[in-house]
Design a protein around this ligand. Structure first.
Ligand code: ZN
Length: 108
């Protein structure tokens, strides 16, 4: 599978993870999917991995290319994209989604 051809966002976005897993971090390169308990942890894990990958870059064309991507139900997570799709982005501090969650609770 060539990672350069994967469409993570947009109408023809590809599922790259496991839909049953709500939050995960996908490591491109070794192609690992690491299950996470929530979005904040997933973002932290992805950030740590990406920082380490930058450290490993030595400019050589043979150095491995690795990226960490946060996955939400198997799709690459991006707050703006989730909002465009009308989804709750899952971030506990997101104002518009918090309002929706509160009104859902009030309605239920
Ligand atoms: Zn949101």
């Amino acid at each position: 599978m060539s990672t350069s051809r994967i469409r993570l966002f947009g109408p023809d976005r590809q599922m790259v993870g496991i839909p049953e897993i709500e939050w995960a971090v996908w490591i491109l390169g070794p192609d690992d999917v690491l299950k996470q308990p929530d979005l904040i942890t997933a973002l932290e894990v992805a950030a740590e991995h990406n920082a380490c990958f930058v450290e490993l870059l030595d400019g050589s064309p043979y150095s491995p290319t690795c990226y960490a991507v946060v996955l939400h139900h198997g799709y690459a997570w991006n707050r703006a994209v989730e909002h465009q799709l009308g989804n709750d982005c899952g971030h506990p501090d997101c104002a518009p989604c918090t309002i929706n969650r509160t009104s859902l609770k009030a309605a239920g």
